[in-house]
Write a protein that binds this ligand. Structure first.
Ligand SMILES: *Cc1c(COP(=O)(O)O)cnc(C)c1O
Length: 399
């Protein structure tokens, strides 16, 4: 029997890879210097680790090390990107500069919330809808972006439904209009190849704990040339090019670097394995619950995500009913405490009832085939789907 509850909430956070933990430990206890102390070996070695990590992050996304700014996670990275670009343009806006910010209805709260704040501060914020498959309509996007558009923030992969936005196409439209493009790539990093030049982005946010690194560290890619105009949100010692002052957490950075190194080396095999596991889980579920519905684009998606609706059921009740056996969530971890249905699912136009009936299953590096089989059995047992009872297979169930 696999260890229970089976962890299928890898889009909320992932276990730290043992190799990542090993890479971090010396920086807590041995090489504990301040990376900005330049008078002794403790500081030099810490600084070396910090710069090594910066290079690993840069290499994973096709960037230059000087374009990487360490942050506390994706929430801070996205806030610095969005608020920072707006702040840097503020004076010009008053003199007739760019005043529009365009984003998508299915963005993470760490993008939508700063955008809503900026709307209250007088920026014209346009939140574009997505289609039933979760993907933005490029014609509607092209119409919303013009020469008055300062910033576009569009996520690469969605945290609830896993779908991928056409960032390269979005970038072409931004370029044609001189708009800066930020992408929240938190759910894509480590799962699919991400290259800032192929995507054509100016700013990109990521977080270590979504790909087997530690919680509490992330990074913001800030394009060097053409230079992105970015005002810092905090002031202090001027670290991280002044964009994110404060002492960088060296142990966490070492972990992020190692997570990036592993992702770069093993992403293809990891993705193949996770895709196979996810298909196995989905096949098992569909077999046992023929009514189960998969939301989001069928192929333009990251490996590992299943957003599954169980018609007539309550997603919240399912999560609760299986919680001792399978660890899943209804939507994003950040909004699932709210009783209302996920705004991401609502944006698909599937209706409130279907949205309420949906759970997110997310498969990761440390899951196994046996876990997929056990999870689909537990889920079908606890979702009480009538056809399951009729099929007689429930009798064969072994706890
Ligand atoms: C988890 C997540 C975030 C927030 O990341 P933190 O590092 O926890 O702040 C932002 N965007 C997406 C898409 C996420 O999945």
């Amino acid at each position: 029997m696999p260890r229970q509850p089976i962890y299928l909430d890898n889009q909320a956070t992932t276990a730290v890879d043992p190799r990542v933990l090993a890479a971090m430990l010396p920086y807590f206890t041995e090489t504990y210097g301040n990376p900005h102390s330049n008078g002794h070996p403790y500081g030099w070695e810490a600084n070396e680790a910090l710069e090594q990590s910066r290079s690993e992050v840069a290499a994973l996304i096709g960037a230059d090390a000087r374009e990487i700014v360490f942050t506390s996670g994706a929430t801070e990275a996205c806030n610095i990107a969005i608020r920072g670009v707006a702040q840097a343009e503020k004076k010009r806006r008053a003199r007739g500069g760019r005043s529009r910010i365009v984003t998508l209805a299915t963005e993470h709260a760490c993008v939508l919330s700063p955008c809503a704040d900026l709307a209250r501060e007088g920026w014209e914020v346009v939140v574009l809808p997505v289609g039933r498959d979760g993907i933005v309509d490029l014609d509607a996007f092209a119409e919303a972006v013009d020469e008055r558009t300062l910033l576009v923030s569009a996520m690469l992969a969605n945290n609830e439904i896993g779908v991928l936005q056409p960032i390269a196409e979005i970038s072409a439209i931004c370029r044609a209009n001189g708009a800066t493009l930020h992408t929240d790539a938190t759910q894509a990093i480590g799962k699919i190849p991400v290259d800032v030049h192929a995507l054509g982005v100016d700013l990109l946010g990521l977080s270590a704990h979504k790909f087997y690194g530690p919680m509490g560290i992330g990074a913001l890619y800030v394009r060097w040339r053409p230079k992105v105009k970015l005002a810092p949100l905090a002031s202090g010692g001027g670290q991280e090019r002044g964009i994110r002052p404060g002492t960088a957490p060296v142990p966490l950075a070492a972990g992020l670097g190692e997570a990036c190194r592993i992702a770069g080396a093993e992403m293809a095999t990891d993705a193949r394995r996770i895709r196979r596991l996810t298909e196995r889980l989905w096949d098992g579920l569909r077999q046992r619950c023929p009514q189960a519905t998969l939301y989001g684009h069928p192929s333009l998606r990251i490996p590992g995500n299943l957003s599954v609706g169980f018609p007539g059921q309550s997603g919240e009740k399912i999560v609760d009913a299986v919680s001792r056996h399978v660890a899943i969530s209804t939507g994003s971890a950040c909004s699932s405490s709210e009783a209302k249905p996920s705004y991401v699912l609502a944006a698909l136009g599937i209706g409130a009832e279907a949205a309420q009936s949906t759970v997110r299953l997310s498969v990761g590096r440390f899951n196994t085939e046996a876990e997929m089989d056990a999870a689909s059995i537990w889920l079908s047992k606890k979702t009480n789907v009538p056809s399951y009872e009729q099929s007689g297979t429930s009798r064969a169930f072994v706890a």
